[in-house]
Each structure stands twice: as C-alpha cells, then as structure tokens.
Design a protein around this ligand. Structure first.
Ligand code: ATP
Ligand code: MG
Length: 251
C-alpha cells in the first residue's frame, strides 16, 4: 500500500478522455516520476491529486484519506504541497517575506494572516524561514525582490515556500522547465539533498530525462491518458513502451 493511491481514475473534457482508468501507487519516501508526451494527461492527473480537478470516477487517497473535493488549504494541511509549472510567488515581496508567508499564514476558509502571537513564536518562524533559505542556498538573496530574480531562483524560492510547510508529499510539475543546464543540475542536487535530510515523498512530472533518471526510484509512463508501464529507471530505459508512448507506435 502506497502513501498515495490512485485507483480507477477517469477524467473527460467534453469529447476527450484525458485520463482513462489510471491506477498509481506511490510508496512512502520515494521519488515517483510521471513521464509522457505532451497532452498525455500528466498535469490533469496532478490536478486530481491536489483536489483541483475531481475525476469523473475513481479515488485518490493520501495516507488513507480521500483528497477529492478538498480545498487547497485542506490539501496543505494533509501534508501535500505542490510546485507549479509557473512559479507562484509574490513578486512585490522579498525572498525572505515570501518564505515567511507560509510560516505564519493560517488558512481557515479564507486566506488570512495572523499576527505573530508571541516574540518567541516570531523568532521561531524567522529561524525556520532562514534555515529553509539556507537549505535552498538563497540566504544572500533574502532581501531581493523576487520579481527580479532568474527563473531558476524563482523556482528554488517556490520550493522553499512549499518545503517550509514540511510536506510529506511534494508534487513537482516540470520543476526544471525552461532552465539552463546549470540551474537544472542545481535543482537536481537540491532535491537530492532534501530527500536525504527529511522523510518526504515526491511525485515529479518532467520532460527532461536527465532529471528523471537522476532522481526517480520509480517511473510511470503515461500516454493518451493511460499508464503504459511502471518500473525502475533501469528497466524503463530503452523500454519499448516508452518508444511507443513517444512515437505513438509499438517499437
Ligand atoms: N480544462 C481542460 N479542458 C479541456 N481540455 C483539457 C483541459 N485540460 C487539459 N485538457 C486536455 O487534456 C489532455 C491532457 O492535458 P494535460 O495538460 O494533462 O497534458 P500533459 O501531459 O500535462 O501535457 P504537457 O506535457 O504538454 O504539459 C490534452 O489534450 C489537453 O488539451
Ligand atoms: Mg502538463
């Protein structure tokens, strides 16, 4: 039994069957990659995992609880955080302020910021935010306005904003899309370090196979809304189903 269990998920958009009987089991403390060509249904699947989309049929369970129909803050409270394909950061705020927001934002229905309640709580949150910035190697940039940063830095900041919530499951939607090779390699190292430091499960959607093979313990290949194969990176390399997925024909 995995920490994340997807069973019999179907999702239709009008005449298009975007997901077709998807089953997926992600084991605790592993990195599970979902790969497949454009339009395979990867982002649709991720949206079903965070309650953003409700499947027509099927179930999505995280640690024994259904995620379906839950609001974003409830998903966060369950221990799931998501790094979006386009970084969702507050451009007008500094790097440190961005990381502090999830530290002291308590979301109960409406988004609302609570003032620091005590001096010790304030110090604790500041320490946590600074530690997080250290982990993503951004302490020296803490006073920079985030809008002016490179794409790679924005992505690292977004990861810090997710990780500071200490998620048990981190979902990453193409975390290195559009990055230069050096930034991509930094991101791989960062994710490896995070994995070593804490108990965390990751599900990653990625087109860059260098990233996938550097990080993944298991890989699911999705094509036309259907999982074709799930296996280890070693077995996926050169697998005929991968060619089939990308070339649209049996190899
Ligand atoms: N809200 C929507 N309404 C209608 N069709 C949609 C919607 N969202 C996705 N689709 C369609 O569903 C299919 C799967 O889309 P999805 O975005 O999940 O693919 P993907 O695997 O993430 O592709 P990419 O690698 O390009 O990001 C595509 O044909 C897409 O056009
Ligand atoms: Mg996508």
């Amino acid at each position: 039994m995995g920490i994340l269990e997807v069973k019999g998920v179907n999702k239709r958009f009008g005449g298009l069957q975007a997901l077709s009987n998807v089953n997926l089991s992600v084991q605790e403390n592993t990195v599970h990659a979902i790969i497949g060509p454009n339009g395979a249904g990867k982002s649709t699947l991720l949206n079903c995992l965070v309650g953003k989309l409700i499947p027509d049929t099927g179930s999505v369970m995280f640690d024994g609880q259904s995620v379906l129909g839950r609001k974003p803050h409830e998903i966060n409270q369950m221990g799931i955080s998501r790094v979006f394909q386009t970084p969702e950061i507050f451009g007008d705020l500094t790097v440190l302020e961005n990381v502090l927001i999830p530290c002291f934002a308590r979301r109960d229905g409406a988004f609302r910021l609570h003032a620091f309640e005590t001096v010790s709580a304030e110090k604790e949150m500041m320490d946590k935010a600074m530690q997080m910035l250290e982990d993503v190697n951004m302490v020296s940039k803490r006073h920079m306005h985030s809008a002016s940063m490179s794409r790679g830095d924005k992505r690292r900041l977004e990861m810090a904003m997710c990780l500071v919530q200490e998620p048990r499951l981190l979902l990453l939607d193409e975390p290195t899309a559009g990055m230069a090779r050096a930034d991509t390699n930094n991101t791989i190292d960062l994710l490896k370090e995070i994995k070593e430091k804490r108990d965390i499960t990751m599900a990653i959607i990625e087109h860059d196979m260098h990233v996938v093979f550097s990080l993944a313990d298991r890989i699911t290949v999705l094509a036309q809304g259907t999982p074709l194969v799930e296996d280890t990176p070693e077995n996926i390399k050169g697998h005929p189903k991968v060619r089939e997925a990308y070339l649209g024909e049996a190899a």
